[in-house]
Design a protein. Structure first.
Lengths: 115, 112
């Protein structure tokens, strides 16, 4: 199993550009989520999904869009990039929407810089 | 809503010694779970230990153990016999109905 994969690993954008961060998992996990990590602030939840076709907002959803058309994929779209979105982005998945005790598996992260 | 506070931005310990990382949390949910994750310089998030809030017995995983005080909403991590490979950022997190909320992290340095 590849686990959780994210592409790209690094990205530089100009203000106002849009892009999609890709996330895929091959563990047949129902639950997937996106976090951003900023210095001194830990990881903050952006959006999450409890299954294909179902998404919801986390703590910091503004400026981001998600969809979940398959169990495997959960892309994160930046609609119009801003310097405040410079961060490291992590995708994660875990088994079962009701399995709160289950370990979340994290991807390797994407470092995004917005100029 | 859930909040997690790690009051120690940085900690250091001598190799082979014991260190305790602090974590307090707040949640309005009656059922929840608590986790400690480790993030080494590679940036990969690694689960260290987890605790079910309804269990009074503290979780233990080899050299890692927790002190869970439910009434005080405290969930500290103890690392015994510290090793150089333990150097990392450590994050405390609380899992509620759908959301996993993290603290700000504690950077642990191991002195040889």
């Amino acid at each position: 199993n590849a686990g959780v994969t994210q592409t790209p690993k690094f990205q530089v954008l100009k203000t106002g550009q849009s892009m999609t961060l890709q996330c895929a998992q091959d563990m047949n996990h129902e639950y997937m989520s996106w976090y951003r990590q900023d210095p001194g602030m830990g990881l903050r939840l952006i959006h999450y999904s409890v299954g294909a076709g179902i998404t919801d907002q986390g703590e910091v959803p503004n400026g981001y869009n998600v969809s979940r058309s398959t169990t495997e994929d959960f892309p994160l779209r930046l609609l119009s990039a801003a310097p405040s979105q410079t961060s490291v982005y992590f995708c994660a998945s875990r088994e079962g929407s009701g399995g709160w005790y289950n370990e979340q598996f994290f991807g390797p992260g994407t470092r995004l810089t917005v100029l | 809503a859930q909040t997690v506070t790690q009051s120690q931005p940085e900690m250091s310990v001598q190799e082979a010694e014991t260190v305790t990382l602090s974590c307090t949390y707040d949640t309005s949910e009656s059922d929840y779970y608590l986790f400690w994750y480790k993030q080494p310089p590679s940036r990969q998030m690694i689960l260290v230990i987890r605790q079910e809030a309804y269990k009074q017995q503290n979780a233990t995983e080899n050299r890692f153990s927790v002190n869970f005080q439910k009434a005080a909403k405290s969930f500290s991590l103890k690392i015994s016999d510290s090793q150089l490979g333990d150097a990392a950022m450590y994050f405390c997190a609380v899992q509620g109905a759908q959301k996993l909320v993290f603290g700000q992290g504690t950077r642990l340095t191991i002195n040889p």
